[in-house]
Design a protein around this ligand. Structure first.
Ligand SMILES: [Zn+2]
Length: 201
């Protein structure tokens, strides 16, 4: 048979495609991370300008804004928040209260959720969706998982059918075995005897 390697080559080609997709998605993720970081630094620069303006106006920086920045935007550095407040970085926590924040549900359903944070990095662990939207998302994810499993099962059954048809069509399935203490994997005959040995008997 001359086309023995064709299906294998096709599988390698699919792997190559899927890796290219993964590379693209990773690049998108990196770009998004860099863009978010740039946006955070831009906020920091604006805070510095605001600090100057507040000082010129003889007005203290809005503590409520400082509180939101501190608890809801961990990407904004404490030093950047301290800047317009005209306090030392280590003093910011005195002005920003406890980590209770009301946030809109990320699904934009109009409902709100409450974040309870013990420290700034807790913001990354807070819920993004209200209970209703979260339940909906969980249900959809479970549905996706079931569909994926069904698709995998169908593909597996199809592969088994192809193999069965090949065997029934007279294709010899090669069998391989490892032997304890003997290096390499050996092609064996129907009795489990390595072909390399059989020739010598
Ligand atoms: Zn919601």
């Amino acid at each position: 048979m001359t086309d023995d390697s064709t299906p294998l080559e096709a599988e390698y080609a699919i792997l190559k495609q899927k890796l290219a997709t993964l590379d693209r998605e990773l690049a998108v993720r990196e770009a998004a991370k860099a863009a978010a970081n740039n946006a955070a630094r831009s906020v920091g620069a604006q805070l510095a300008r605001l600090g100057h303006a507040a000082e010129l106006a003889g007005v203290r920086f809005d503590n409520e804004v400082a509180r939101r920045l501190y608890w809801s935007y961990p990407d904004v550095h404490v030093a950047e928040i301290a800047n317009p407040m005209r306090v030392h970085e280590g003093q910011v926590s005195r002005y920003v209260g406890t980590g209770e924040a009301e946030k809109p549900c990320s699904n934009e359903c109009g409902r709100t959720i409450v974040w309870h944070m013990r420290n700034r990095t807790d913001a990354h662990r807070q819920p993004r969706y209200c209970d209703e939207c979260q339940a909906m998302r969980d249900a959809r994810r479970e549905q996706d998982r079931l569909e994926w499993t069904a698709r995998e099962d169908a593909e597996h059954r199809a592969t088994v059918e192809v193999l069965r048809a090949a065997v029934e069509g007279g294709v010899q399935i090669r069998r391989y075995a490892d032997f304890p203490g003997v290096p390499h994997t050996w092609e064996i005959d129907e009795n489990g005897v390595p072909l390399a040995l059989r020739d010598e008997r």
